[in-house]
Design a protein. Structure first.
Length: 177
């Protein structure tokens, strides 16, 4: 009888990255379902919720998880990884709750947490953007083929970081009207 292969060591960063990918994919699906029922159920903020679930929770988490699951010369410190996951989860819950209930102050609580999570992701990405001849990421040499992916990823993070406070201002304006 063959012995089972030894279990792979537990890598918390990879676990968090996989959770982000799975959560992101789940949010895209959930956002699609919300979009499908918004009209028939007459959900007042349904289209906003669907867009937020897909574009921020879904695409954002999926991109972060995918990029962080790739091989790196040094893993993200566990404290960063857990801070990012905690801030991301609490931020999105707060923003959605505040927007759906019309309580803008709850959105205000979520926005800084979202910016922290995105800043951690960007800081981690920038740590690995100094290519070396020997390092490979996802099977491709860093210097050429991954520059566009890195640029797109950094751009996504920056756009989300800028749009978070803009969204908070819009939440206040919507509630003031």
């Amino acid at each position: 009888m063959d012995a089972a292969p030894p279990a792979a060591p537990v890598d918390k960063q990879t676990d968090v990255a996989r959770f982000m990918v799975a959560g992101g994919a789940g949010c895209v699906i959930l956002g699609g379902l919300v979009a499908a029922i918004t009209g028939p159920l007459g959900l007042e903020n349904g289209s906003w919720l669907a867009a937020y679930l897909v574009l921020v929770c879904g695409v954002g988490a999926y991109a972060i998880g995918t990029m962080q699951a790739r091989p790196a010369p040094t893993p993200m410190p566990q404290a960063w990884s857990l801070t990012q996951l905690g801030c991301w989860s609490l931020a999105n819950a707060a923003v959605i709750t505040g927007a759906m209930t019309g309580i803008a102050i709850i959105v205000d609580v979520g926005v800084p947490l979202l910016v922290i999570a995105l800043a951690v992701a960007l800081a981690d990405a920038l740590r690995h953007d100094r290519p070396t001849e020997s390092r490979e990421t996802a099977g491709y040499p860093v210097p050429g083929s991954n520059r566009l992916a890195a640029w797109a990823y950094h751009s996504l993070l920056v756009v989300l970081m800028i749009s978070a406070p803009v969204g908070a201002v819009l939440a206040h304006l919507r509630n003031a009207a």
